[in-house]
Design a protein around this ligand. Structure first.
Ligand SMILES: [Fe+2]
Length: 234
């Protein structure tokens, strides 16, 4: 993706989020220059991969196959093993009409996907077989505490205010209908480097063509702007 395209997506997303009365934390608006001045006191942001995260899943066509994410909070798997600490994560997503997030499940993470406002969020569901293929069995899920069962490949539409709980090994694919959707995700700790099982192989973090300066950094940019900091400060 071109950096100019990413910057435009960030600005439009920021407007859309504000229109819905939601506010991002201060670090969302640190410029690349400000990031270069940050020290170890902000290491949690980098280590837990908090912040702006845009992906076209390697499609080269973000409008058709892509997702906007902002990770607001996150723990780590080490915490899960002790059963104490930040065992949870929260993200904000933006899903456009017919913009697909490809079919995937998570081995560890259970996630609630919440329609926070806008259009409808359409979610297609399959159970995974033990060898991680698509099962033909009906899928039973909880939507706001109400159990629902759909056939394999069935689609559940969430209107604003509704949510669905997706347990591990439940394949899901989603897209927006009628209008752009502001989506929340509340989950177990999130590890995008190791806990996403896509049915068909995809790219998760985009290759970026730097045709202009970043407006704000994506999580994938932190290493370039932050990791050399201790050496440069000494
Ligand atoms: Fe997911």
């Amino acid at each position: 993706m071109k950096r100019s395209e990413i910057n435009q997506i960030l600005r439009q997303a920021d407007d859309f989020i504000r229109e819905h009365g939601f506010h991002l934390p201060p670090f969302a608006y640190w410029t690349p220059g400000e990031w270069r001045t940050k020290g170890e006191d902000v290491a949690e942001i980098v280590d837990k991969r908090l912040g702006w995260d845009i992906t076209d899943f390697g499609s080269g066509d973000y409008a058709q196959i892509g997702l906007f994410l902002f990770t607001i909070r996150n723990g780590d798997l080490a915490g899960l093993q002790t059963g104490r600490g930040k065992l949870y994560a929260e993200k904000l997503l933006i899903v456009d009409v017919n913009q697909i997030t490809p079919l995937h499940f998570h081995w560890v993470k259970t996630e609630d996907i919440i329609n926070r406002g806008g259009g409808k969020l359409m979610i297609e569901l399959y159970n995974a077989t033990p060898d991680e293929q698509l099962d033909d069995t009906p899928v039973t899920v909880s939507t706001d505490g109400v159990v629902r069962t759909v056939p394999a490949g069935g689609v559940i539409a969430l209107v604003p205010g509704e949510s669905i709980t997706l347990p591990p090994y439940c394949y899901h694919k989603f897209w927006g209908a009628e209008a752009r959707v502001l989506v929340g995700e509340v989950s177990t700790v999130n590890d995008d480097s190791a806990d996403n099982r896509f049915f068909e192989a995809v790219g998760r973090f985009p290759q970026i063509e730097e045709d202009e300066a970043p407006a704000y950094l994506l999580v994938g940019d932190y290493d370039r702007y932050y990791s050399d900091l201790p050496a440069s400060k000494t």
